[in-house]
Design a protein around this ligand. Structure first.
Ligand SMILES: Cc1cc2nc3c(=O)[nH]c(=O)nc-3n(C[C@H](O)[C@H](O)[C@H](O)COP(=O)(O)OP(=O)(O)OC[C@H]3O[C@@H](n4cnc5c(N)ncnc54)[C@H](O)[C@@H]3O)c2cc1C
Length: 445
């Protein structure tokens, strides 16, 4: 005890002496309104590992520090709202390339969220702007061409590897208001009138006013609450891989609708090792389809036939498989509990909207919590949580309906629907306001 105290004094002493020099050297420590106490924290952290000993009592516990939960945590911490994240996986598991080979279509709106949090600067060097999106149905003459110039001068979004986003996010979790507890297993969660109490298997106890469920589609936090879910499986599976091609993609994203499901070829940042143009592949087919029957070379040949203007095509990664399903909840809130990200909604990846929807949840929830605190209100109260739910409901419903509807419309061989689809393509491509509406929706605006 005496030794620990003595060590703390020693560290504080050093911190005070070197504070100014260290402060100038560390680019993270530029916030004007950080207190001397905060600065001391930064200093101490360099000498003692106190990552899981936040000096503030948490106001919020987030269970699940994935793509969505971690963004909410950073946003709260940057607003100086103490937050604890509990995740079952160690941090380094998240960024192992073999665990997630997906790319994400980061919408223009999500890019703005990352920009405000200072995370975009770490993503941007590896983000491929989308300048054009071309959509068509296989064996149909109609296409829809979305060009960024139709809605302004910004790209319509960016294609980024998930591992790049995760790395960038992780480089921002070092904050005196953020406690990251992982790997950790929750033994019990008690929701009391005034607070939530979580007991971890290692006997740690964490308390806060609000619990956020962000553990993705199988969220145990949601399943243990009184929130009812509706879920359905699509009879489809998505193959994810990366391809390398001879000719540049010019920032064009392609989506071709086949009867079994869509094929998306998404422009990626050129390969850092070889400098070759690359694209991300998301190929949805029937669950019955046996992907193992085709070698990489046969898959590449098929793609080359569909995209002859890309020159020689090669599969340049391993393959990842994702069975597809959808999920919606009857409520996003319960006593002292709120859901965000895939814990609250899972949508078909047909339009690349799932995690963008989650990032909008995180941004709105962080603002609601900040406003409640500034007004001296209880952040776990029904009034505050309902305000969050009301702001998010329409976005969730419209994206779920849109993605589910498009998938059903195109996975149908009825002649009447085929004519309807062609008419739809022609209308969207030629009626400018309609086209702009869809583009803005996809851009998260
Ligand atoms: C093929 C495919 C392509 C996609 N492409 C796009 C796209 O282009 N654009 C887009 O917007 N979306 C896309 N999506 C959707 C997107 O991947 C998801 O919406 C996103 O991963 C959800 O993030 P999340 O943080 O909510 O959940 P997750 O990513 O599932 O993270 C959950 C976190 O919770 C942790 N966890 C789980 N259980 C526990 C527990 N019991 N205790 C503690 N922690 C726990 C996990 O370790 C993890 O860190 C795609 C999905 C698929 C399948």
């Amino acid at each position: 005890m005496f030794l620990t105290e003595y060590f703390n004094y020693l560290v504080n002493g050093f911190a005070v002496v070197f504070l100014r020099l260290d402060w100038i050297q560390d680019p993270r420590n530029k916030s004007e309104d950080d207190t001397v106490e905060d600065r001391l924290y930064y200093m101490k952290r360099k000498y003692v590992d106190i990552k899981t000993h936040m000096k503030h009592k948490p106001e919020v516990i987030i269970v699940g520090g994935g793509l969505v939960g971690a963004v909410l945590a950073i946003s709260l911490a940057q607003k100086k709202i103490p937050v604890t994240v509990i995740d079952k996986e160690p941090l380094d598991q998240q960024i192992k390339p073999e665990n997630d080979g997906r790319t994400t279509a980061v919408s223009y709106g999500s890019q703005q969220i990352f920009n405000e949090l200072g995370i975009w600067q770490d993503i941007e060097p590896c983000a491929q702007p989308i300048w054009e999106i071309r959509v068509f149905e296989n064996a149909s003459p109609w296409t829809v061409d979305y060009d960024y110039k139709d809605v302004g001068s910004n790209p319509m979004g960016y294609i980024v590897e998930n591992k790049v986003i995760r790395k960038a996010i992780q480089s921002h979790i070092d904050n005196p208001y953020l406690d990251w507890v992982s790997p950790a297993t929750i033994e019990s969660t008690k929701k009391l009138k005034e607070k939530v109490v979580i007991n971890l298997q290692d006997k740690r106890v964490i308390e806060a006013k609000l619990l956020v469920g962000a553990e993705g589609r199988f969220s145990p936090t949601r399943n243990q609450s009184s929130i009812a879910t509706k879920t359905w499986d699509y009879p489809q599976i998505a193959l994810v891989a990366h391809i390398q091609h001879e000719k540049p993609h010019q920032g064009t994203a392609w989506e071709i609708f086949f009867k079994e499901g869509p094929l998306a070829v998404l422009p990626m940042f050129d390969c850092p090792e070889t400098g070759h143009p690359r694209s991300g592949l998301v190929w949805v087919k029937s669950k019955k389809h046996d992907w193992t029957k085709k070698t990489d070379e046969q898959l590449a040949d098929e793609l080359q036939e569909l995209f002859p203007f890309y020159g020689k095509v090669k599969i340049c990664s391993r393959r990842w498989m994702y069975p597809l399903s959808a999920l919606t909840v009857d409520s996003m809130i319960d006593d002292r509990l709120v859901l965000i990200g895939d814990a609250a909604h899972v949508v078909h990846p047909i339009a690349g909207q799932g995690v963008n929807l989650g990032w909008r949840d995180a941004a709105v929830l962080a603002d609601c919590i900040q406003e409640a605190i500034s007004l001296g209100l209880d952040i776990g109260s029904h009034t505050i949580l309902s305000a969050y739910q009301n702001k998010r409901k329409l976005d969730h419903r419209s994206i779920l309906l849109m993605t589910d509807g498009i998938n059903r419309l195109f996975s149908n061989s009825s002649t009447a629907l085929h004519i309807l689809r062609n008419a739809g393509f022609a209308a969207v491509n030629n009626i400018k306001p309609l086209k702009r509406f869809f583009m803005k929706k996809a851009m998260g605006l």
